[in-house]
Every structure is written in C-alpha cells, then in structure tokens.
Design a protein around this ligand. Sequence first.
Ligand code: GDP
Ligand code: IMO
Ligand code: MG
Length: 435
Amino acid sequence: MRKIIGERQRCKLATKIVIGAQWGDEGKGKIIDILAQESDVVARSQGGNNAGHTVEADGVEYKLRLTPSGILNPETTCVIGNGVVVDPKVLLGEIDMLKEKGVSADNLKIDLRAHIIMPYHIVLDGLMEKARGKSDIGTTKNGIGPCYSDKAERIGIRFADLIDEEIFPERVRENVEKKNKLITKIYDGEPLDAEKIIEEYTQYAKRLKKYAADTSVILYNAIKAGKKVLFEGAQGTLLDLDLGTYPYVTSSHPISGGVCIGTGIGPTLIDECVGVMKAYVTRVGKGPFPTELFDEVGDKIREVGHEFGTVTKRPRRCGWFDAVIGRFGVRTSGLTSIVLNKIDTLSGIGNLKICTAYKKDGELIYDFPASLTELAKCEPVYIEMPGFDEDISKVRSFDELPEAVKNYVKKIEELCDCPVSMVGVGPGRDQNIVR
Ligand code: GDP
Ligand code: IMO
Ligand code: MG
C-alpha cells in the first residue's frame, strides 16, 4: 500500500476527468483528442451511443459515439468501462469506419461488466417515447434508458454473458419472452424473434471477444505505474440522472462522480477534473432551458455554430451562457478548471449577455433549482457586455484576443468561481488557446 502512495506522489496530476458541464455537445471530443496525445489510457465510463463526439484531426472529421476519442492516438489504450452501455452492432460499425480511415482499434478494451444494448431496448425506447405523447423526453431512441433500467432491475445482459456461448442464448430467450409481453400487450408493438437475435449477436460476440478485459485492473495498474490516464465524459451535467433536469435527463451519471462507479476506480485516485462548456448554451431534446433564445440571435448561433445533433441531426436549442449552470457544474463535479469552447461562434452577433442569477417571485436565486416547477418560474437575470466582430479562429494566444473576448472569458471565470484553462476558437486540434 505504501509503495502505491509513493508512486502516486511522484506522478502528480496524472489522472484527469473531462466532463460536459452543460447539456452535452460542449466539444468534449475535441478536448479529449488533444489531451489523449499525451495520455497512456483514455476511458469512457458511462452512456453509450447516445453520445456523438466530433473530432477533427489533420482535416479529417471523425464522429465517435462509443469508442473513446483517444482512439486516434495509436499509442493510447482505449477503455470502454463497466458503466458504459454497449450496442455491439454500432461499435463494430465504428471499428470498421475507423479502419477505413486508417485508424486501428487494436488498442481497445471493453469491460466484461459493461451492459449490452439489445434490440428490445431499442424497440422499447421508441415505443415508450411514443406512448409518452406530449410528455416525451426526446431521447436518441438508441435503447439507452431501457438498457440501464434492465441493469437496475438485474436482468441485463453483460459483455461477459454476450461472449459466453452457453449462457447467452439462455439469457436472450428469457429476456425476449418477457419483453415481447411488454411490447405487444402494453405498447401494441411487433414481437421479436429470440433465435434471430441469438444468431446475429453471436456473430458480433465472435468479433468483439478479443477486446474483452477487466478494465478496472488495467486502469488501476496504469495509475499505479504513474501513467497518464484520462477519463472521457459523455453527455453533460444537466443530463445526469440524479442531478440533472429530471425527468429530461439521460439514464447514467455524466458528472465526475459517475467516473468512479463507471470505471471501478476510487475517487482518491483522481487528480484533476476539467469541465467543458460552450461560450453559450445548447440543448437537444425536451426540458427546461432558462436562457433559451427564440429570436434571430439564437438562429444565428445555431447556423454559425453548426448546432445540429451529431447522432440525430436534430437542431440544437441555443441560448446565452448561464453562470448559474456553470456554478452548478463546478460544484457537482468539483471542477478544477473550465475549457470554454466555441467562443469564435459569437463573433458578429452584437452585445453578449451572461445570465448571472435567476429571479423568482422577486427573489434572486444563485443556485440551480432542484424542482422543475420552481425552475419554470425562474427568469434569467442578465449582464450585458460588448461583443466583437473579429474573426478569432486564427488567434493562438490569449493576449492577442480582442479586449471584448478577454473580458467575456474573465467574467465567466469570476461568475463560475473557477479558472478557464483553455479557450476554443475553432473545431480543429490546433484551434485552442491554452492559458
Ligand atoms: P461533444 O459531444 O461534447 O464531443 O461535442 P460535439 O462533437 O457533439 O459538438 C461540438 C461541435 O463543436 C463539434 O462539431 C466540434 O467539432 C465543434 N467544436 C468544438 N470546439 C469548437 C470551437 O472552439 N469552435 C468551433 N467553431 N467549433 C468547435
Ligand atoms: P454528448 O456526449 C446532448 C439527451 C437526448 C435527450 C436525453 C435522453 O454528445 O454530449 P437518451 O437517449 O440518453 O435516453 O436521451 O439526453 N442526450 C444528449 N444531448 N449530447 C449528448 O451526448 C446526449 N446524449 C443524450 O437528446 O434529451
Ligand atoms: Mg455530442
């Protein structure tokens, strides 16, 4: 034990978590790809192919949904941790896509405890959304919620089961029988054929078996050996099942605490926690959004920032930067720094607004409310700052940024009570300003 502590002291700041600190799509993929170039291991801990992380490297765009964004670095071991839900078909499609672009997935490890998204999860996601009618969540319909529900109900199929030729058919038959009752009797849908699923998924298992591992051991040994380990968040703080805008959330834990459970690594082994934010806010799907813009400014941000879903192509709702949300991210994930992306998108839109607090029944509220009823009554309180018209996409030092941009960044730092360590001025690997 002493020996481990000794080694950890020598490799200070070797483990880093990067999470989304808003409603997802903050540009996590780009940051992970950059940090992965100096990391030995990159691990995903939660979510599944509801995530869509765009990485632009050497002029080539990669849209990654399940594979950690570190995959582009051939030296990096990439881990899909126990907390991730894996759609084998999507993962194999991604591995093939990478291969076509000359990227090998040989350094991928999938945890044996990770749960598998089965066809009935995808069917049920769609049917349940339809049945919710006007109260739908706006899920990605990828089976994420139903898969996590089965995990909690303790009837899920794990990666260890998928690659076990004896157990897998049995588990599928049991589950399909139950789910078919639900699909046909409650949701009026078409039943699924267990034998067809077994045949198809057995083929996936054969191809994926070589990636199987107990990844908590891999991560622990890497940390113990003083290697650099990066934990890649998916989704964002306000989509967290416990702390987000429930029920308009995903079914996993995107906040930093989720990393420990989703990778089997204890909190004392984590050194840094970086929160990725956009210089404004976006949201896909339904749910409250206090600073949402319904005017031409919102349309311009969507157009200039290409704010359309990576996975579903849905237009993202856009709004002003919200420091109440920023502080919430800093608090709930214990952020040690902020990466502020896409500030270039705000060029030419006139004065910039930042929400500093909410006002409800004449009272100022500084902490993000737990109750959606209370949140619905909240009006954003804004400060207005001078905007900028310059193209800043080629600027590489903070000092060279227009005064208005510098002041905007400093104000966000002050309001969120957390330093901004990096500013994004474009989608490319090199389009960042490190402070
Ligand atoms: P993620 O899910 O958090 O990884 O984010 P997405 O990839 O879904 O969405 C972020 C989008 O913004 C992607 O298309 C990125 O290429 C792009 N992007 C990231 N950082 C910047 C930036 O600083 N400026 C601009 N203009 N685009 C960026
Ligand atoms: P990345 O990692 C933005 C949203 C969906 C929906 C809600 C629940 O790219 O930031 P789900 O399919 O998870 O049950 O849908 O969560 N959502 C995301 N929004 N970015 C994501 O991931 C998201 N993953 C899920 O739009 O509102
Ligand atoms: Mg995304």
